[in-house]
Design a protein around this ligand. Structure first.
Ligand SMILES: Nc1ncnc2c1ncn2[C@@H]1O[C@H](COP(=O)(O)OP(=O)(O)OP(=O)(O)O)[C@@H](O)[C@H]1O
Length: 280
């Protein structure tokens, strides 16, 4: 019989939990993930292991496959091949979904149906095994909205709210379940600066509780101090994985990260060929 390999397989333990010597599973463990949509390969062989407590920014030009990758990681779009474990469980019913928060990109908070912020946020307390909200749902929804500075909107119809307010309601819906893994798809895009700063404070608070955060960003912007690691996609492949890329040259201002806003320029080529300036 051979000894266990030193490198972990799918669903590995990657860190020590609380000094007990018991290793905690990776929050995300994706191996050789491929996604084809409409006959076109969109995600092409992505490996991504995210240890518990890490704040990871997923960057890349428009159309590089960021949203598709995240949706595949969460089981929203099917994998063409590869494997994904979340919080130690293979993608599927064994994932503790009540501990996973997801804020999709560009979604109207009410989905066009007249509904209040309370109802939207409370829906974040439901999952496959809980079809009725808990009794303390109102207090929990209010607390989540308060975290984002909009507790006073609890009984307002979301259709009457501004884009930034609706975005805060959607984030509150993800936070109300106290996620161990929070995934945000461009939470700050098109949002006013005060709301962006509120998001950053909220993510910092969540990070301090040991949660893992994966955030798709067009601009690292106000998130910069929080980002432990940046992964850059190009044409569905990882072309950088490490420190956040440094802005440079004509893009060398704090306001302009060169991963944005240019569309993924050339047709897919074989192998990664993007050179990025990386902060030491
Ligand atoms: N359901 C789908 N069917 C076919 N093609 C799709 C589908 N969803 C996305 N695509 C294509 O996949 C590519 C990647 O899209 P995706 O939204 O993942 O990129 P992105 O990096 O998140 O872009 P952006 O920054 O603009 O949001 C695009 O060319 C898009 O048109």
């Amino acid at each position: 019989m051979t000894a266990a390999p030193p490198t972990p397989g799918p669903g590995p333990a990657v860190g020590a939990a609380g000094g007990t010597g018991v290793a905690a599973p990776a929050a995300i463990d994706a191996r050789d993930v491929h996604v084809t949509l409409g006959g076109r390969p969109i995600v092409r062989g992505v490996d991504l292991q995210v240890p518990p407590g890490q704040v990871l920014a997923l960057l890349g030009a428009n159309g590089s496959g960021k949203s598709t990758l995240v949706r595949a990681l969460l089981g929203v779009v099917p994998l063409t091949s590869g494997s994904v474990h979340l919080l130690g469980a293979p993608l599927g019913p064994r994932v503790p979904w009540q501990q996973v928060g997801y804020v999709p990109q560009r979604m109207a908070a009410g989905g066009g149906v007249p509904t209040t912020a309370l109802e939207v946020v409370t829906s974040g307390l439901l999952h496959g095994r809980r079809l009725l909200p808990p009794r303390d749902r109102r207090a929990r929804a209010h607390a989540a909205l308060e975290t984002l500075g909009v507790g006073h909107l609890l009984h307002r119809r979301v259709q009457e709210l501004s884009g930034g307010q609706q975005q805060r309601v959607l984030i509150a819906r993800a936070l109300v379940r106290h996620p161990r893994l929070l995934v945000l798809d461009e939470p700050t895009s098109g949002i006013d600066l005060p709301t962006q700063e509120t998001f950053v404070r909220t993510v910092a608070t969540l990070r301090d509780t040991g949660a893992t955060v994966l955030v798709i960003l067009h601009e690292i912007g106000p998130f910069a101090p929080l980002i432990d690691r940046a992964v850059v996609l190009r044409h569905g492949r990882v072309v950088h994985d490490g420190a956040p890329p440094a802005a440079r040259d004509e893009h060398g201002t704090a306001e302009h990260d060169h991963t944005h806003p240019h569309a993924d320029p050339a047709p897919p080529s074989e192998g990664p060929d993007l050179t990025l300036g990386v902060a030491p």
